[in-house]
Design a binder for this molecule. Structure first.
Ligand SMILES: [Zn+2]
Length: 274
């Protein structure tokens, strides 16, 4: 039996042989990052540096696509196994490290064509953005708004679009920050915060809401990665998507409320002088 991934059914849409050398570094293999990597793998991307120091835990099973038998294992190891099962041709390097302290991370950025930024914390998204600006590498980042009401997908192409700090500058200059409490709390979160005193509790989204955002992230990543190839995936003329999944008063008026923007490098930002 031929073990290579057979692209026959999708070859009229794209030719993975064209981009077999493209390399992607991923930060975060949680309930958003893992399905994103799965889809990119099925679409023929096969060179990976994976960063995540977490293990799969029982509380992840309501959101994360991996199996119960994998509980207790490093998420990078589970993902590597999944990629190699799907495409034995793939090359996967795993780094169970926090990128803020990793000695390998800069080399991964330098040798990659795109950084897929899927961490939980904003401070890490900012760090990834700064390093991508420094080394002039594109990234695509995605985050899910509290309680999974929607999410945001944002890409950076050096000298073309603004970086993640540009996004914050833009939001501040336009008074467009949505305060956390505007998203409201679930009953569960209220109970956790007011009943049990767990101040750090983050209201998570449902698996379906998280994966909705990560699939848009994959789409945007493919359009950035393949922007110089002749495929059925044209380049997007925007780099920032705010996607409202369900209605919330004062934020999203309806289900599937999509807003798209093209954010240029902001003059006050470091990235515009590169
Ligand atoms: Zn910038």
């Amino acid at each position: 039996m031929n073990l290579n991934l057979d692209y026959d059914r999708i070859s009229y849409l794209l030719n993975p042989e064209q981009f077999k050398d493209i390399k992607i570094t991923v930060i975060g293999l949680g309930s958003g990052g893992a399905p994103a990597v799965d889809h990119l793998t099925m679409n023929g991307f096969r060179n990976w540096d994976l960063y995540d120091h977490d293990i799969l835990e029982p509380v992840n099973l309501v959101k994360h696509p991996r199996m119960r038998k994998d509980l207790g294992r490093l998420k990078v190891d589970i993902q590597k196994e999944w990629i190699l099962d799907r495409n034995p041709d793939a090359k996967v390097n795993t780094y169970p490290e926090n990128v803020l302290q990793s000695e390998n991370f800069i080399n991964s950025i330098k040798t990659s064509d795109l950084i897929l930024s899927c961490p939980d914390l904003k401070i890490i998204r900012e760090f990834i953005s700064d390093k991508c600006v420094e080394h002039q590498k594109p990234f695509v980042t995605a985050s899910v708004f509290r309680t999974g009401i929607g999410g945001e997908i944002y890409s950076y192409i050096p000298n073309e679009t603004g970086c993640y700090r540009c996004l914050n500058l833009h939001l501040m200059n336009n008074n467009a920050f949505i305060p956390d409490d505007a998203f409201g709390l679930t009953d569960e979160e209220e109970e956790k915060i007011y009943g049990l005193g767990e101040k750090d509790f983050q209201a998570s989204g449902l698996s379906v809401d998280i994966q909705t955002i990560s699939l848009i992230q994959v789409r945007m990543a493919m359009s950035v990665l393949l922007r110089n190839f002749d495929t059925s995936i044209p380049k997007m003329n925007f780099n920032w998507i705010v996607y409202g999944i369900r209605p919330k008063k004062g934020i999203f008026n309806q289900h599937f409320d999509i807003r798209k923007f093209n954010l240029k490098p902001q003059k006050a930002c470091n990235c515009s002088n590169k």
